[in-house]
Write a protein that binds this ligand. Sequence first.
Ligand code: PEP
Ligand code: MN
Length: 349
Amino acid sequence: MIIIMEPKASKENIDRVVQVLTEHEFRVIVNQGEIHTVIDAFGDKTSITPGRISALEGVKEVKIIREPFRLASRDRKSEDTVIEFANGVKIGGANKPVMIVGPCSVESEYEGLRQVAIAAKEMGCEFLRGGAFKPRTSPYDFQGYEEKALKYLKRASEETGLLTVTEVMDSADLELICSYVDVIQIGARNMQNFKLLRDVGKSKKPVILKRGLSSTIREFLLAAEHIMYNGNENVILCERGIRSFDSTFTRNVMDIASIPVIKKYSHLPIIADPSHGTGQRYLIEPMAKASLIVGADGVMAEVHHDPENALSDGKQSLSIPMFKDMMTRVNAMKEHLHYEKNCLSANVD
Ligand code: PEP
Ligand code: MN
């Protein structure tokens, strides 16, 4: 890290910073400038945090050179993480991007979910996703059918062979949820629920971690770090849009740039969710395509058998015909992207 001292910092202030750093086994170089003294410190940041240094008298600013996430970082692992499932489906690296689709909430009748699952299978998707425990802004909104919904997901998986995904909101439900589905999701609202991250870390189940409602990319990667630090390296990141000042036309601002940024700094796979990212069904296809072009390892989209009557997020859900129509074009594009990725890895070798 680099410590910039205030112009008025005294020699005692500077000596104190040097003393604290050397006590924590940092190698220190003091650069006396005309206005500021700048201290370069090389060492292990786990022994003393930048926050403690910035609290010392006379310190103006502490700049971190190495990113605080370690396990999730490309510096630690240069090759892409690939998460592989028992049926051979793989997420990440040079593998074909995956499609994760389904209704926002699994609803009371199995038939609707079955129709979506059959269409998903027919169009070559790998995952069926549906909410059983729903994080709703209002307590008066539909909260999910819980275990009944998990049973429907399992039944649809048995019928179609699709892998399944559902959200966990509470550690107390983790074991039950893990017994029904192949992937657990941590939703945007829980991205910084550190107890949940820790508990999901202790399980080995692959996890889709969605970006927090207004989190920075660094906070997002640090949330992944919590899961990995606790023992689960099977983390799939998901860009789902962030809050910004303009919500006049879209529900969130989908940060497409976060995809190549994360690819640069982390080896973890990242997928995109244009349903929550935009809140508009007409934007799902263009944003899905844009995400794939910039390197997303998959796309998550909400698909409902009857969006107008969906119990949640109907406006951002595709009907089955719209979904099939979109998939004909997305599949054609995926073939091309796959070819490009293969060429890229052939050139690297
Ligand atoms: C969801 O995936 O249904 C959901 C609630 O998403 P998010 O956590 O991104 O809002
Ligand atoms: Mn939803």
